[in-house]
Design a protein. Structure first.
Length: 131
C-alpha cells in the first residue's frame, strides 16, 4: 500500500450477495464478511485502505439483493469497469451490480430514503431446492 493517499471522491456501489458464504455484512476480524471482502478488494485496486459503509447490515447466512455501499475511491479509478472487476475478485457470493460517483455528502446508511426486506421462512420438513 502507498504511504500517501490519492485524491478521492465518494462512490456509490450497488451489490447483491448470497449470504450463505459469509458471517454477515459488517467487518468482523477473523471471519469472512461481505464488507470485509469488498473492502479488501477495493483496497487492492486502489492501493490504499478503503473503508466501506453499507445502508444496512445483515446477519450470517442472510442474502442481499440491493445493498447500497458508500466509500471514497481514487478519482482516477475506472468506475465503468469496476463492477465486473470487483465481482471477479469477490466471487463466489458477491455481485457488484453498479458503481457510480455520488455527491460528496452521500452516506449509504444516512442518505437512504427507504429499505425493503423480504423474509422467506422454510417450515417444511423437506427443503425446497429453489429457495
Amino acid at each position: 500500500m502507498s504511504t500517501s493517499e490519492p485524491a478521492t471522491r465518494r462512490a456509490r456501489l450497488l451489490v447483491a450477495y448470497e449470504g450463505s458464504y459469509f458471517n454477515g455484512f459488517a467487518v468482523n476480524e477473523g471471519v469472512r464478511t461481505i464488507a470485509g471482502v469488498i473492502g479488501d478488494a477495493l483496497s487492492l485496486i486502489s492501493r490504499f485502505p478503503v473503508h466501506i459503509t453499507g445502508a444496512g447490515r445483515t446477519d450470517a447466512g442472510v442474502h442481499g439483493w440491493g445493498q447500497v455501499i458508500s466509500c471514497d475511491l481514487p478519482v482516477d479509478i475506472d468506475l465503468e469497469h469496476l463492477p465486473r472487476r470487483l465481482t471477479k475478485m469477490c466471487a463466489p457470493g458477491i455481485v457488484v451490480r453498479s458503481a457510480e460517483w455520488a455527491v460528496e455528502d452521500f452516506h449509504a446508511r444516512f442518505s437512504a430514503q427507504w429499505r425493503h426486506y423480504r423474509y422467506t421462512v422454510l417450515n417444511d420438513p423437506v427443503a425446497d431446492p429453489f429457495l
